[in-house]
Design a protein around this ligand. Structure first.
Ligand SMILES: Nc1ncnc2c1ncn2[C@@H]1O[C@H](COP(=O)(O)OP(=O)(O)OP(=O)(O)O)[C@@H](O)[C@H]1O
Ligand SMILES: [Mg+2]
Length: 259
């Protein structure tokens, strides 16, 4: 898709004037964000600035105080329960802590949302789970293993297989490479990029990982002062907001980006 073509299409996610708060603590205020169809958007910001809350708000796990959120053209607040159910199957989520059920095998974890949202026969669900497990680069015998029997990197892949179970259009990832060694993290980045390209996914990825931002993100959204500043890496390198400047020009950035 060329840039002008992409810009003419409705965004995958469109947020206007978002305000979220817990008690008196305001997390987002007047936040606007458009995530383009088919892009990999990296979301960064200091710890506790509200990246995970933003993700959870977009997928309806946290109710905003004000503002509108449209996902795939549909506005959250205006949907019936049936419409909401149909929309929910169009995205997949890998939460910050992985959140696999420890008492279930990998295959059972992957099948959870299939069971919830489809009436497929068990044999077909087994086949679909095996396919997703292969898709994320896990060996076939991982299907019958419990999360505790997998390495950290394998658990992330299992979580990704679960997020892909319903063939989503949007993939939400919350710090998918945290806790992985640099080689494991780079391999995971590559996996996300290749899945995004082959499946045409839109990816909303919260990350602290500068290598991931450089390697796979088309644009970067920075959460500062309760709002989003968005741009390409090149554009943000020119941004003179103090936090953004420190983030992209500090010692870790110089090592990762050579900036
Ligand atoms: N359910 C909740 N109830 C009350 N406060 C909450 C809730 N969820 C998050 N918060 C608060 O909202 C703020 C933002 O949290 P969030 O988890 O989004 O941060 P984050 O940017 O993802 O940080 P990190 O990079 O450490 O993951 C924090 O101050 C947190 O304590
Ligand atoms: Mg978080």
């Amino acid at each position: 898709m060329t840039e002008p073509e992409r810009d003419r299409r409705a965004p995958a996610i469109s947020i206007r004037g978002l305000r979220t708060q817990f008690g008196r603590q305001v997390i987002h205020d007047g936040l606007d964000l458009d995530v383009r169809l088919g892009e990999v958007l990296g979301v960064v910001g200091g710890s506790g600035t509200g990246k995970s809350v933003l993700l959870r708000t977009i997928i309806g796990l946290n109710r905003p105080r004000a503002g509108t959120i449209k996902v795939l053209g549909q506005e959250q607040a205006r949907m019936s329960a049936a419409q909401w159910r149909r929309l929910q199957v169009r995205w997949g989520v890998l939460f910050q802590n992985g959140a696999l059920f420890s008492s279930m095998t990998v295959a059972q974890n992957v099948q959870l949302s299939l069971k919830e949202h489809t009436a497929l026969p068990q044999r077909l669900m087994n086949e679909l789970a095996a396919l997703k497990i292969e898709l994320v680069g896990l060996p076939a015998d991982a299907a019958g293993k419990y999360p505790a029997e997998l390495s950290g990197g394998m658990r992330k892949r299992a979580g990704l297989a679960r997020a892909l179970a319903l063939d989503p259009e949007i993939l939400f990832l919350d710090e998918p490479t945290s806790g992985l060694d640099p080689i494991g993290a780079a391999a995971f980045d590559e996996l996300i990029r290749s899945l995004q390209q082959s499946l045409g996914l839109t990816v909303f990825m919260v990350t602290h990982d500068l290598d991931s931002l450089r390697a796979i993100c088309d644009r970067i959204a920075v959460l500062v002062e309760k709002r989003i500043r968005i741009g390409t890496m090149e554009q943000l390198l020119q941004d003179d907001h103090p936090w953004i400047h420190e983030y992209f020009h500090g010692p870790r950035a110089r090592a990762a980006l050579g900036a």
